[in-house]
Design a protein around this ligand. Structure first.
Ligand code: BDR
Ligand code: CA
Length: 317
């Protein structure tokens, strides 16, 4: 059984990733930690509880985490995910905030990783603020993780939020810097350009959502807002010809639960630009080994899309 901790800023693709984890056999979700990002952290908590309720898994502990980046001001992605992060299609019977754990997300991360040294894979699909603070509180956790799976960053300086930065790194560049300079466990990155190149055809998406299940109806409701944006937005024209559906966060999750999911990757030391007029928050690949870092990250290039489709289908069954 794979033990997972999932750190999210629960927008629509984070919800999709969580649902893949919940549907997977041999996966134990030890907890879900919430961080600011796509929306305010309170909404993130509510959204995670909603997802767990739809999946009948409210026994999984949910922890509220940081509401702001380490420096600077918060940015959100309400224009894409909806102001509430889940397509602005509220559920009046959604679980209340009293369902949250009393313990904070950062403390919970430190505790859970220490309770299972070498066994926990952490999937981070939002800004890395919680993890950066957890590493600062207990630097040994980056060594005790079995693996770290991050959705974020970019490899060709193409931003989706600022000119040169991907959303999760742009939200908290300092946190991304801390995590990517202090980690000592195998680290896997699903970066922006890779996810754009790994689109699924809209026909797949239509069939996926057409499943006659409660989970599929929920997904359809929360996804319509960003689906509209996706079908019309400039990301359609970027990097690859043709239309398609990108579930960015799900690639990181899929890699964490299936060791054969990644088919091609680059092993490269990485860091993050913290200053610069245009490039703050950009992921930097040290291919020349100038920094002499001891650890390399695995940057995904090609994954098993048939498996990915199957995971997505199973997640709504
Ligand atoms: C990332 O930004 C967020 O809006 C998505 O949830 C994903 O984690 C993609 O850049
Ligand atoms: Ca996310």
């Amino acid at each position: 059984t794979k033990k997972l901790l999932i750190d999210v800023d629960c927008g629509v693709d984070d919800a999709q990733a969580i649902m893949i984890a919940l549907a997977a056999r041999n996966v134990q979700v030890l907890g879900i930690t919430c961080v600011h990002g796509n929306t305010i952290v309170e909404n993130v908590c509510k959204n995670v509880l909603r997802v767990l309720k739809v999946c009948g898994r409210l026994e999984i502990p949910v922890f509220k985490g940081t509401s702001k980046p380490i420096l600077g001001v918060s940015i959100d992605a309400g224009h894409f995910h909806g102001q509430d992060g889940l397509g602005d299609s509220p559920d009046p019977s959604a679980p209340g905030m009293d369902q949250l754990q009393k313990e904070g997300a950062v403390e919970a991360m430190v505790r859970i990783v220490n309770e299972h040294p070498g066994e926990v894979s952490l999937v981070a699909t939002g800004p890395l603020t919680n993890l950066a603070l957890a590493i600062r509180i207990d630097p040994t956790i980056s060594q005790k993780l079995k693996g770290l799976y991050i959705m974020g960053g970019n490899t060709e300086s193409r931003g989706n939020t600022t000119m040169c930065a991907e959303f999760n790194f742009a939200c908290d560049p300092e946190a991304a810097y801390i995590v990517l300079n202090d980690y000592l466990c195998p680290t896997y990155i699903a970066c922006w350009e890779f996810t754009c190149r790994s689109k699924l055809p809209w026909e797949f998406c239509d069939g996926w959502l057409a499943q006659d299940t409660k989970k599929a109806r929920f997904m359809k409701a929360i996804f319509s807002h960003s689906m509209e944006a996706c079908r019309s937005e400039r990301i359609e024209k970027e990097l690859v010809a043709g239309q398609g559906f990108i579930s960015c966060d799900s690639y990181a999750l899929a890699a964490a639960i299936d060791d054969t999911f990644i088919l091609e990757s680059d092993e490269v030391p990485i860091t993050v630009e913290l200053s610069g007029k245009y490039a703050r928050g950009m992921m930097v690949l040290d291919t020349l080994d100038i920094l002499k870092k001891t650890h390399k990250a695995t940057v995904m290039k090609k994954v098993d899309m048939e498996k990915f489709k199957q995971m997505l289908m199973d997640s709504l069954k």
